[in-house]
Design a binder for this molecule. Sequence first.
Ligand code: SF4
Length: 222
Amino acid sequence: MKNLKNALLLKQLYQLQELGYKFIDNLNIDNSQEKKDNILPNSINKLNTIISKCQLCQLSKNSKSPILSMGNPQSDIIFIGNKPTILDSNNSSIFSGNRGDMLRNIIQNVLELDDFYLANIIKCYPPNGREVLANEVYSCKSYILKEIEIIKPKIIITLGEDTYSYLTNKDINFQDIEGTIIKYSNYYIMPIVDISTVLKNPSYKKKLYMNMLKLKEFIKNM
Ligand code: SF4
């Protein structure tokens, strides 16, 4: 019941924001107040130690363990997914299986990048892969914000509609922004389709490939 109340409260706050009301938005990627109050360590290793023991929300009860990010923390590019899959949870590894293989294949063979960083906004697998709740996003989001703050990527690639919304708090029609490179304060964000969607429906492949070529061009000129 408390979770439902939190989710409804958050929804009402967003609606008020859309009507023009201003409030301190703790979910904002660039909120300076949040950064000031953020007491998480400025080290990926130390951050991972904290995440590994995290029990901030009820997802810790279901998940075997949080699925940590992977890759080079010096990288200019972060790929961010929404939440771990059951396979990720079973393997204790982010972007496992076909989804991860396809993503890595694109990164290495289309983008021709060796250095990259893979992360999820939500670190724990939700029961039966259900949609995450607003309070769970709220609880977990400070970790990805800290990762972004530490890594300082030049571009962030968000995978899937929810990921972009969770990260930016923007409720935008995904079709309008998919494949566009959006300046967001100190960062650029490119929202793309989730790889699992492409695996389920190969008709999305062509658009994904075209977007990756656009990204490759952007990276070349960074
Ligand atoms: S989902 Fe995030 S906030 Fe919730 S328990 Fe896992 S690591 Fe902690």
